[in-house]
Ligand binder design. Structure first.
Ligand code: SF4
Length: 237
């Protein structure tokens, strides 16, 4: 394949170009088949805060690669810069590689940049997903108002959480739920609860009842369930 300037493009660049075209195609056509979307064009960008991750969740491919490095504020914002060239970004979710609240200052600063000129994203369109870093959740509302908080709960009791999310050992479930209740009281916002149902691990009827009791005192909670069957599930040692 030749570029418009007549320079031959190497095979790996062809792959990159084809990937870029596929992404553009997806963004422009998407589920609306190229027709204007209600409310105008908008895209959601999934952002990474680290290269790899030290949390070690046993169901996560990133967790299995270990921790490589933190991303700086500039590197986090740069993802928005590049994506904005492809499509207007309306929503940002910190659900890519890494635990955003682990490198708290870089994360907070990145959101401050994203919500001011020239990006001017609405904080209400930004969601941060965490395994539950309690000391960071405790100061989140004081540093950033109106962003959405999503918590990877994945189990209704501490021992199952520790089994599938080793980092949970440092963040006891009872203390985490207290921190979330306090956050919700201060922010008056919904909390997103993420729960991956792992076959034979956390998907039994008793777990549903435990989950109901755990979340009973929360006024408004949105739940997001995902089903994973054991054949795809990589238990840690
Ligand atoms: S915190 Fe997120 S990125 Fe890190 S291992 Fe767990 S699921 Fe994967």
């Amino acid at each position: 394949m030749d570029s418009p300037s007549g320079i031959e493009i190497a095979p790996d660049w062809r792959e990159a170009l084809s990937l870029k075209n596929a992404i553009e195609d997806r963004i422009t056509k998407g589920k609306y088949g190229g027709k204007p979307r209600p409310g105008g064009p908008r895209s959601t960008l999934c952002i990474s805060s680290q290269v790899g991750c030290k949390m070690g969740c046993t169901f996560c491919a990133t967790g299995s690669m270990g921790f490589k490095s933190n991303l700086s504020t500039g590197e986090i914002v740069e993802q928005l810069v590049h994506a904005s060239r492809l499509s207007p970004i309306r929503n940002v979710v910190f659900m890519g590689m890494g635990e955003p609240l682990n490198k708290y200052n870089a994360f907070v600063e990145a959101i401050r940049v994203m919500t001011t000129f020239p990006f001017q994203l609405s904080p209400k369109k930004i969601t941060v997903s965490t395994v539950g870093i309690i000391h960071s959740i405790n100061k989140l509302h004081g540093d950033l108002q109106n962003i959405n908080l999503a918590v990877s709960l994945h189990a209704p009791v501490q021992d199952i959480r520790c089994q599938i999310m080793p980092a949970a050992r440092a963040f006891p479930l009872e203390k985490l739920m207290n921190a979330l209740a306090e956050y919700q009281k201060k922010s008056q916002q919904k909390i997103f609860i993420k729960y991956i149902m792992l076959d034979g691990v956390n998907d039994e009827e008793q777990h549903a009842h435990q989950l109901g009791r755990l979340l009973d005192t929360f006024e408004v909670v949105r739940m997001r369930f995902k089903f994973v069957f054991r054949v795809n599930y990589n238990f840690g040692p």
